[in-house]
Ligand binder design. Sequence first.
Ligand code: AMP
Ligand code: ZN
Ligand code: FE
Ligand code: FE
Length: 336
Amino acid sequence: MSAARSSLWGVRIDLHTHSAVSDGTDAPAELVAAAGRAGLEVVALTDHDTWDGWDEAQRAGERLGVEVWPGLELSAHELFAGEQRAVHVLGYGVDPSDRELGGLLERVRQGRRQRIPKMVAGLNRLGLELTVEEVMALAGTGVVGRPHLADAMIARGYVAHREEAFDRWLRDDGPLVVHRLTPSTEQAVAAIRAAGGAAVLAHPWGRGAARWLTPNRIEQLARDHGLAGLEADHLNHDVAQRAALRRLAERLGLLVTGSSDYHGTGKRNFPLGAHTTAPEVYAELRCRAGSHRRTVGRAAGVYGGPGRPRGTGPDDDTRLMTQGETDESDRDRRRG
Ligand code: AMP
Ligand code: ZN
Ligand code: FE
Ligand code: FE
């Protein structure tokens, strides 16, 4: 850390973690306790497409003296060579009473639930016996995802751990691609900002994503859509990628964050605090969250304010997301 003599020197901050409310394995309170044991002063809970873990995490944080910053990791997509490719956008400090973002999250979660029977059918066709009920039971009341499919495969003895399930069947470019409903990256950034949050691209170049999140595209997201930062320090980036993302961030005036992407025992070798975020960056992110709420969306009538009715303008997320659904059924047919 270069600004080493700031008053917050030495404070350890991890801004990307998952609890069992999505596809991690620790309950939110357990995660916060584990963060304390790992020597973190600040942890952001960023479950996929939900804020349902916030209350429990914040109560635990108050009890244990760990600062919990509420966040989420919003699923989004880029179109690359005519195909939908996954992008994750971290949103910090959003207002959980924001009805537009709440509605978007609900639709994305519904898309996740609707994908499971299709993926189970695909696995059945590939000769793996598995039921939707087994998968949903493992997700419990939380947000279901491919990791729960992996857990069902582990329970059946097909694979030893989640990575093996992803490597053999579930990965994005694997034999079983089933798309789900997600906003475009700029819609995700806009929804986070309109709800008073700051948006950071999660692991922007992890797992081959540099092909669609090019420097030009990131520049556009920063300049035209108000992206606040890049998560450069992530275990899915090699040293050269981290350095290149830092240079890009510097050129574009973006903040650089670092984190663990902890998933409990669900993701081996991603321990809490594996990477951390500089205190100055955390302070600046907190500053940006909440500062632009009235200038985006509502006041301009974009998100259903008095300006114009929903569904009539370029920022309406439902309309653009329909494309994903069409792609999905096309791909199902092609692959089936
Ligand atoms: P989904 O939320 O259904 O789109 O699944 C994506 C999630 O699966 C990610 O957020 C990771 O937690 C996990 N994941 C993705 N790729 C892998 C992989 N290769 N090995 C283990 N987990 C993965
Ligand atoms: Zn995850
Ligand atoms: Fe992610
Ligand atoms: Fe994550």
